[in-house]
Design a protein around this ligand. Structure first.
Ligand code: GLA
Length: 727
């Protein structure tokens, strides 16, 4: 049984983990435990001792050792005497802050209650526990929902606030809170910037608050909505590690706090910035889902839980199975193309066995650069020299799929849409607004704005055969203001508008593959992954930088979701020159494709591309379905190395790239994880290895001269007797 209720103690069990909480005699919901499987509720962890300036709830009477400022809580709220990070701040119409949430009831349901308009892990093959807390004075119910994904060691949490009383305003709401009464931890967050996203940042947790978040309207390039808390000495394969990641694509806040007694708190939810959400009588507010996971075997195992959990229960893939290998026109031609340019690129792509061509930015309105036409989604036939349906048929006749780029959420001042409806843009009236890439963001908190763009996009998709859409978003929201929506709701309702659009699009075009993008990986989160099974990982296509971006992203997100392409050298972002084989190997850790002008490639280069395409097809099931092991840290080590190991451990692909070169190098030893203990493996040249030796001493990589060389070693498990291979 994944959920057990006994005497107001609630136990959630996954394959390897247990989560426990208790509603105590006063009705407060206290957190007991999260970690490896356990049976006995550890009530003894609730230490009650009088501590100065940590007050006591009135109902605790003379029990001065009972303080919510100290006890581990499940959902801490303002007004309880807990001065640590709060998960709920309510304000009444009179301006009074605080509430008093007490346990009212708990029930187990099959499946889960839908989070109206929000993405979430599947409701199939799952049980949920719903605990209702009540404020009997405000007449507000708060329902904490926990869904248990046993096989992948994931528990999701979400919260809904049902108001039966007078209008209240939610000033702050978190979806998950995790208190630890003991432990010495490091925290890992994923920080970055445009073209250098999700760089892991690991620090020891000490007194005070560590907060990351976004108030940019998207989850952002700068801080990813994910946090890991792990033992101070946890490694890829040892130690306890906890994670939280938000199934949401807008403003968020994630916190790690160490309190006055050295206790830790980890919390994740909506950002308080630009958020002040009124809930009328009879209304319900839904706070987005958080995925939580725990691993007792270090960080790799934690990542495997998340990767598998997302692939199995979160990501809606309209074209399940192998993803198309694509060529994108952006770095090949930027805005400088017509229909024939795209067709010629497609023809050359076909010669290289590529599956799909994507026509990127520049095919609509009168767009010749990034200063106009967003909002005018009609085909620029003058520029293309033909209709979109003619171009898509010509491409399909070649035997290639066809995709196009959209940026539905934005508008240029130089557009018919903006000229007709300036109020559709998010900006404060009578104030000069912030320009970014010379564009504004459309007010998707307003359904009529979403509808206007939806109709335009459908008109395009209805009149040409389109297999794939790249959905981009190229600025952060500022000047938050809506001419219709209540100002405290805008940023949240905006994200709901985005999700509604994507939902409707997928309903209408069930086979459409959408790749998410926000200037590369500015909105790489579990919320978007629900609708877009792949997301352009970064606008940085440099193979060496990509090693670092892929490394950081892999802690949370599955490799199969990483949009990654081989581009030209010198690289357009860094100017670096890397061998074609290295660029291809790195791009294979993802969806794989090309982003260069292959019409100029020689026959020999085309042959190389054909070989790379065929190698990717061969290894794609292993890369996309296998377990990913980080074997080095490319931010610090001389070699970037990782492995894909099949679930049955019969096959492995070890990949390595030399990042730094010195003279007179000898060999670099890569310790291989993920192979079956005591088993033997054979590489494609017939060399046999003992898995225990590979794990303990490592595989020697004989380093060739020259920079940025790439290496792959393909291993298959040797079945039967040990003596059947050469040694
Ligand atoms: C963003 C994307 C790029 C490209 C351009 C087009 O920067 O990340 O891949 O599509 O927009 O303007």
């Amino acid at each position: 049984m994944s959920i057990v209720i006994h005497d107001q103690t609630f136990t959630l069990n996954t394959k390897n983990t247990t989560y426990m909480m208790q509603a105590d005699d006063l009705g407060y919901l206290l957190h007991l435990y999260y970690g490896p499987r356990a049976d006995l509720p550890p009530y003894y962890l609730l230490v009650k001792k009088d501590r100065g300036f940590s007050g006591n709830p009135y109902d605790a009477q003379n029990e001065r050792g009972y303080s919510l400022d100290v006890l581990p809580q499940e959902f801490p709220f303002d007004g309880s005497g807990d001065y640590r990070t709060s998960s709920l701040s309510l304000r009444t119409q009179e301006g009074v802050y605080g509430c008093d949430l007490r346990f009212q009831k708990a029930e187990v349901i099959k499946g889960k209650t839908p989070l109206r308009g929000l993405p979430a892990m599947s409701d199939q093959n799952v049980e949920s526990l719903e605990i209702t807390l009540e404020d009997s004075f405000l007449h507000v119910d708060v329902i904490l929902a926990y869904s248990v994904y046993e096989d992948v060691d994931i528990i999701t949490r979400s919260v809904r606030v049902i108001n039966h009383g007078e209008t209240i305003t939610i000033e702050n709401i978190k979806s998950a809170n995790l208190d630890f009464v003991s432990g010495d931890f490091d925290r890992i967050s994923f920080c970055g910037r445009h073209t250098m996203e999700r760089q892991p940042d690991r620090e020891h947790v000490s007194h005070g608050l560590y907060t990351i978040g976004s108030k940019r309207g998207t989850s952002s390039h700068q801080y990813n909505p994910a946090l890991i808390l792990c033992d101070q000495d946890a490694t890829e394969t040892t130690g306890s590690a906890y994670s939280m990641n938000f199934v949401y694509s807008g403003n968020f806040e994630a916190v790690i706090e160490e309190d006055q007694f050295g206790q830790k708190r980890m919390a994740m939810g909506l950002s308080k910035d630009y958020f002040s959400y009124p809930v009328e009588k009879g209304e319900t507010f839904y706070a987005p889902e958080v995925m939580m996971s725990y691993s007792a075997q270090g960080l790799s195992h934690l990542s495997h839980n998340l990767h598998l959990g997302m692939k199995k229960y979160l990501i809606r893939d309209p074209q399940p199975g192998l993803k198309p290998i694509l060529i994108n026109s952006w770095e090949a031609a930027y805005f400088d193309f017509n229909g024939e340019t795209i067709y010629q690129l497609a023809k050359a792509a076909k010669e290289c066995d590529i599956d799909m061509i994507v026509m990127d930015d520049g095919w609509f309105g009168h767009r010749e650069d990034d200063n106009s036409s967003l909002g005018d989604w009609y085909v620029n036939e003058n520029k293309l020299g033909e209709s979109l349906s003619s171009l898509s048929s010509r491409i399909h006749d070649l035997g290639l799929k066809f995709g196009i780029w959209f940026e539905p959420e934005c508008v240029n001042e130089d557009s018919d849409l903006y000229r007709a409806h300036p109020d559709y843009a998010i900006k404060v009236p009578n104030r000069k607004f912030v320009r970014a890439r010379n564009q504004l963001v459309l007010d998707f908190s307003r359904p009529e704005v979403v509808d206007a763009i939806f109709d335009q996009v459908c008109d395009i998709l209805d009149h040409a055969a389109i297999d794939y859409v790249k959905w981009d978003f190229n600025r952060s929201i500022s000047d938050v203001y809506s001419s219709v929506t209540n100002q405290g709701r805008v940023t949240y309702d905006y994200v709901l508008g985005l999700y509604r659009f994507l939902d409707r699009l997928l309903e209408r075009y069930p086979n459409l593959l959408i790749e998410g993008c926000s200037g590369g990986g500015g909105r790489f989160d579990a919320g978007m992954l629900h609708y877009t099974p792949q997301i352009w990982l970064s606008d940085n296509t440099d193979a060496i930088d990509r090693l670092a971006i892929q490394y950081g992203s892999s802690f949370i997100y599955p490799i199969s979701s990483f949009g990654s392409h081989v581009s030209a050298v010198p690289n357009h972002q860094t100017g670096r020159i890397t061998p074609m084989s290295t660029r291809a190997l790195v791009a294979m850790s993802g969806t794989f494709g090309y982003e260069l002008d292959i019409t100029t490639c020689s026959e020999e280069e085309k042959q190389t591309i054909r070989e790379q395409v065929s190698a990717f097809r061969k290894y794609q099931p292993l890369i996309h379905n296998g377990c990913y092991y980080r074997l080095s840290n490319p931010l610090h080590d001389e070699v970037g190395a990782y492995a894909f190991v099949s679930e049955d451990q019969k096959e492995a692909l070890i990949c390595a790239v030399r990042i730094i070169t010195h003279s007179a190098t000898y060999a670099h030893f890569i310790k291989i994880e993920g192979l079956e203990d005591n088993a033997r493996y054979q590489d494609d040249q017939g060399q046999i290895y003992d898995a225990n030796v590979l794990k303990t001493y490592g595989l020697p990589l004989i380093i060739d001269a020259g920079e940025y060389q790439a290496y792959t070693i393909h291993l298959t498990k040797v079945e039967g007797e040990k003596e059947n291979g050469k040694n």
